[in-house]
Design a binder for this molecule. Structure first.
Ligand SMILES: Cc1cc2nc3c(=O)[nH]c(=O)nc-3n(C[C@H](O)[C@H](O)[C@H](O)COP(=O)(O)OP(=O)(O)OC[C@H]3O[C@@H](n4cnc5c(N)ncnc54)[C@H](O)[C@@H]3O)c2cc1C
Length: 540
């Protein structure tokens, strides 16, 4: 006869195991959140060294857009002097810093997205609040509303239930700002000479690195062409490449004798992105049947994603500052002829494959926009391939060099992660510079540690894009990869999405991942979560 255990011992053992599992799971989860997100790092922003503690010399930032502005703000806390080199000279004028961005006359020549729909996550707001004291006042001055991130996420016509319980009964705030407004607001702060006396921006185009054989592991600055076409040297102790998809350092590094083999993963989701932007006047606003009214707090009216098994079209509608309404119908692969007018948007919406009809207010709203069609703006963008540059695998990089933002990775704009990705890079720089704040020189392996940390923290944004895009038949995968290898994960995520239409807890992992507020993949794998999803699948 085998030994038998009295029932109380059995119950005690089970409870003990469950308790141990809970502790181990929580520890693993917080480790992964710290590794793969920046939520825990935000509080370390905006803590400058004293002037005497700062690293002597100049930190140069190539590019003055999201990544460059965020990088300059961080570097100002740690370096004696910061110089941003940016080719678009008009950004130095008053117009480039105008509070009311819709009155801006200049247009960014090199930013593909400039007139496209812009969404940013609560994470971006939290980070900017720590980087720039009184950031909310800057938003207010520019008419940028700070309000709950009610994006109304839908999958094939079904709304997910927002997990407000996680946030104490509310939805975290975000900024409802166009690309133009957000970039300009950041510039207004960074180029404020009173707050940042040691940051200067000059008009020019960085053309290469200056190398100095006596400084074996570092570059000595960069060369740049000024607006008159003259070539100049900018000596520096640190260089940040923030040139976006121009990817300056991929040319500068090999030309200066550094890494010649910089690996890069590329795939093409063949993404088309059309944004119709309307200026809504009060008379029209009063008629638009948006739930809660056009002027309700928060401009996130709708973001509907397709089931990639049978559809390639998406639709987003949101309101930003200045009562600008962006309607963005787009999709993967062949979405038909370019969309040019209201009839085309309506046809796009009608052709979307949904399991629950899109609410009528969407069609009625779009139809009413004919009244504002005369002065609408239209931006049609073929987004171009997504990529991840593997700087972290390069053995031969200068220790005083970093690259962030779109230089390192371009992801599908669907999730609006571009600005967040750039800020993530700036936060990684800050993390490492804060750790070394007792020293006036860069730690050894700075560049290597930076690229490793940045990779860990941007990987979730990259993987979300890949996973989603690989479901579309038209996507051309990374060389050597098989799209169908991700079919199983997508199947499971579809079951999670289905449950999220009736259960807020099921939407929580996705909400955390998309809002960048500390999601981690293991949230989807917790045994209780998996059991709930499977039960819902079995029950239909
Ligand atoms: C259609 C579309 C929609 C998008 N929607 C969103 C969204 O909703 N939310 C979001 O957050 N992101 C969105 N994005 C992504 C976002 O536009 C980018 O991720 C973001 O602009 C990257 O910022 P960056 O500073 O790295 O690069 P960029 O913004 O591209 O800036 C690069 C800067 O470098 C300068 N430069 C170039 N070459 C040089 C040189 N040699 N020397 C010096 N300077 C140089 C350029 O003039 C520019 O100012 C979208 C993108 C597209 C295409």
């Amino acid at each position: 006869m085998g030994a038998t255990f009295p029932m109380p011992y059995m119950i005690g053992a089970v409870l003990g195991l469950a308790f141990a599992f809970k502790i181990v799971w929580a520890a693993l989860r917080s480790h992964l959140v710290a590794k793969h997100s920046c939520v825990g790092d935000i509080a370390d922003l905006g803590k400058p060294r004293s002037e005497s503690e700062k690293i002597r010399g100049t930190a140069v930032v190539a590019g003055g857009s999201y990544a460059g502005l965020a990088a300059a703000c961080v570097l100002h806390d740690h370096f004696e002097r910061v110089v941003i080199i940016e080719p678009e000279a008009w950004l130095l004028e008053e117009d480039g810093r105008r509070a009311i961005s819709w009155e801006q006359e200049g247009k960014r020549a090199r930013i593909v997205q400039y007139n496209s729909l812009q969404a940013t996550q609560p994470f971006v707001l939290r980070a900017l609040r720590c980087m720039f004291p009184n950031w909310d006042a800057t938003c207010k001055e520019g008419g940028i509303e700070i309000a709950p991130w009610t994006v109304n996420f839908m999958w094939w016509g079904n709304s997910a239930i927002v997990p407000t319980k996680e946030f104490g009964g509310s939805i975290p705030d975000a900024m409802w700002a166009t690309r133009r407004a957000l970039e300009t607001a950041m510039r207004r702060r960074v180029l404020d000479r009173k707050a940042y006396p040691n940051i200067t921006q000059i008009a020019g185009q960085v053309t290469g690195f200056i190398t100095d054989k006596s400084r074996g592991d570092a570059v000595s600055g960069c060369t740049y062409r000024d607006v008159d076409g003259n070539s100049n040297d900018m000596h520096a102790v640190f260089v940040a490449d923030c040139t976006g998809t121009a990817q300056g350092s991929l040319k500068w590094l090999p030309a200066a004798g550094w890494s010649t083999n910089i690996p890069k993963d590329t795939y093409d989701a063949k993404m088309r992105y059309t944004t119709f932007m309307f200026k809504i006047r009060p008379e029209l606003a009063a008629k638009l049947p948006v739930p809660g009214g056009f002027y309700r707090r928060s401009g996130g009216y709708l973001a509907n994603m397709p089931d990639p098994r049978n559809d390639n079209k998406h639709l987003s509608i949101l309101r930003n500052e200045g009562d600008l309404l962006s309607v963005c119908p787009g999709g993967w692969g062949n979405t038909g002829p370019p969309l040019k007018n209201i009839d085309d948007i309506l046809a796009h919406c009608k052709a979307m494959k949904v399991t629950k009809p899109l609410p009528q207010w969407i069609f009625d709203t779009i139809d009413l926009l004919r009244e504002a069609e005369d002065d609408m703006s239209l931006s049609q963008v073929n987004v171009g391939p997504s990529f991840l540059v593997k700087f972290h695998e390069c053995r031969d990089l200068p220790n005083n060099f970093v690259a962030l933002g779109d230089v390192v990775s371009r992801v599908n704009p669907m999730y609006g992660h571009g600005c967040a990705k750039a800020i993530t890079g700036a936060i990684c720089m800050n993390n490492l510079l804060q750790r070394a704040r007792n020293s006036q020189s860069l730690p050894r392996n700075f560049s290597r540690d930076f690229f490793k940390m940045q990779l860990d923290k941007i990987t979730p944004m990259w993987e979300l894009s890949v996973l989603n895009d690989y479901g579309q038949p038209s996507t051309v995968p990374i060389a050597g990869e098989n799209k169908s290898s991700t079919d199983g994960i997508r199947w499971y995520l579809r079951q999670v999405q289905k449950l999220s239409f009736k259960d807020a807890d099921a939407f929580l992992p996705t909400f955390l991942a998309v809002s960048l507020l500390g999601g981690t993949n293991i949230d989807l794998l917790h045994p209780a979560f998996v059991a709930k999803v499977m039960w819902n699948t079995l029950m239909g």
